[in-house]
Design a protein around this ligand. Structure first.
Ligand code: ASP
Length: 336
C-alpha cells in the first residue's frame, strides 16, 4: 500500500493564490494539484481536510487546536503522517500546543507555511510543502514528533520560534538543534529525534486559558504588576524575567509574588533571553523567587511555556502535580 499523508489546511499566507487580476484569495484544498501540479509525481497518497473557517493565524486559539487534534485523532490509523498548513505568525504556538496534546506520538505531525503566498512566483511555499510532505510521508525515517519545517530545516515544534517577518528562513530553535536539514538529500539527525514510544498514543484536548504573561521591564510599577496578578480566575502567570531568571528585589515586587503564590496561583519564571536557561538562585536577584515558590521555566520558549501551562491546567487539577510536571521535560521542550 502507498504511504499516505493527510494535509490539514488551517489558513495563513501560504493558502493564497492570485486570480487573473492579481488579487489574492485562499485556495480550496481540493485544488492542491492545480496549485502544485508537481505533487502528481509524488509516490505517496495525499488527502486533505480544510478547517472551517480558514484563518489568519493571528486568530488562532485553543478551540482550533482542539479541532486540529480531533481530526488527527480520528484519522491517526489511516495515515503515515500529517501536514498542517498554518500561518507563520502563531505556528510555533500551535506546534507547541499539539506537542502537548499528543503523548506517545508514533507518527510525524509537520507544520509548515510560507512568507509569500503559493500563488506568487517567488513563493517559498512550494519548497516548504513538498519537503514537509516528504518528511511526513517517510516510513523509513520516521519522526514521531510535532515539528515545524521551514526553508530547509526541520525543527522540534515546541522549541521553535518565529524570528523574521521578512526572511524566508523565518523560524529557528535557539536551545535545541534542528532535527533534519534538507539539501539534495534530507539529512536526518537520528540522535536528536525522539525515540519511538512503547505505549499507546493518548490525546489531551483541553487547554485552560486562565493564564497571563507579565513582561518585566526596568521601571515596571506595582500598579501594573498588581493589575495582572489580581485578574479574577487567574490560575498561572508567566513572568518573563531578565537573563538567567532574574527580577527586581524590591519588597513590593516580592510581596506581590508571595501573595499570589499563597493564593495558589502558579508563577512561572521564563527568561526574556532567546537562548540559555533560567537558573534560580544563581544571582541574589532570583533566589528570593525560589524561596517564594516561583517555578523555573529552564530554557523553555514563551510559546511552549504558554501552551504547556494551558495544557497542564486543562488536564490536571492538583497544583503540586502541575508544578512538578512543569519542571519535567514532557515532550522534549526543556533541557534539564
Ligand atoms: N498573518 C499570516 C498568518 O500568520 C502570516 C503568514 O502566514 O505568514 O496567518
Amino acid at each position: 500500500m502507498k504511504n499516505a499523508v493527510l494535509i490539514i489546511y488551517t489558513g495563513g499566507t501560504i493558502g493564497m493564490v492570485q486570480d487573473e487580476n492579481g488579487t489574492l484569495h485562499p485556495f480550496a484544498l481540493d485544488r492542491i494539484y492545480d496549485v502544485l501540479p508537481l505533487l502528481k509525481k509524488a509516490s505517496y497518497q495525499i488527502d486533505s481536510y480544510q478547517l472551517d473557517p480558514i484563518i489568519d493565524s493571528s486568530n488562532m486559539n485553543p478551540s482550533v487546536w482542539q479541532n486540529i487534534a480531533s481530526v488527527i485523532e480520528k484519522e491517526y490509523d489511516n495515515y503515515d503522517g500529517f501536514l498542517v498548513l498554518h500561518g507563520t505568525d502563531t505556528m510555533a504556538y500551535t506546534a507547541s500546543a499539539l506537542s502537548f496534546a499528543f503523548e506517545n506520538l508514533s507518527k510525524p505531525i509537520v507544520l509548515t507555511g510560507s512568507q509569500l503566498p503559493l500563488g506568487m512566483l517567488r513563493s517559498d511555499g512550494r519548497e516548504n510543502i513538498i519537503c514537509a510532505l516528504e518528511i511526513a510521508s517517510a516510513r523509513k525515517m520516521l519522526i514521531p514528533e510535532v515539528c515545524i519545517f521551514f526553508e530547509n530545516k526541520l525543527y522540534r515544534g515546541n522549541r521553535s520560534t518565529k524570528v523574521s517577518a521578512q526572511n524566508f528562513n523565518a523560524f529557528t530553535s535557539f536551545n535545541y538543534p534542528s532535527l533534519a536539514v534538507a539539501g539534495i538529500d534530507i539529512y536526518y539527525k537520528n540522535d536528536l529525534i525522539a525515540p519511538l514510544p512503547n505505549a499507546p498514543m493518548k490525546v489531551y484536548k483541553h487547554f485552560d486559558e486562565n493564564i497571563a504573561v507579565l513582561h518585566l521591564f526596568p521601571g515596571i510599577t506595582q500598579r501594573v504588576v498588581n493589575s495582572v496578578l489580581s485578574i479574577e480566575g487567574l490560575k498561572a502567570v508567566i513572568i518573563t524575567t531578565y537573563g538567567s531568571g532574574n527580577a527586581p528585589t524590591e519588597d513590593w515586587f516580592l510581596e506581590e509574588l508571595e501573595n499570589v503564590v499563597k493564593k495558589g496561583v502558579i508563577v512561572y519564571d521564563v527568561t526574556q533571553c532567546k537562548s540559555g536557561s533560567v537558573n534560580i538562585g544563581r544571582y541574589a536577584t532570583s533566589s528570593d523567587m525560589g524561596r517564594i515558590g516561583v517555578v523555573s521555566g529552564y530554557d523553555i520558549t514563551i510559546e511552549a511555556a504558554v501552551t504547556k501551562l494551558m495544557f497542564l491546567l486543562g488536564n490536571y487539577s492538583d497544583r503540586n502535580e502541575i508544578t512538578d510536571l512543569l519542571t519535567q521535560s514532557l515532550r522534549g521542550e526543556i533541557t534539564l
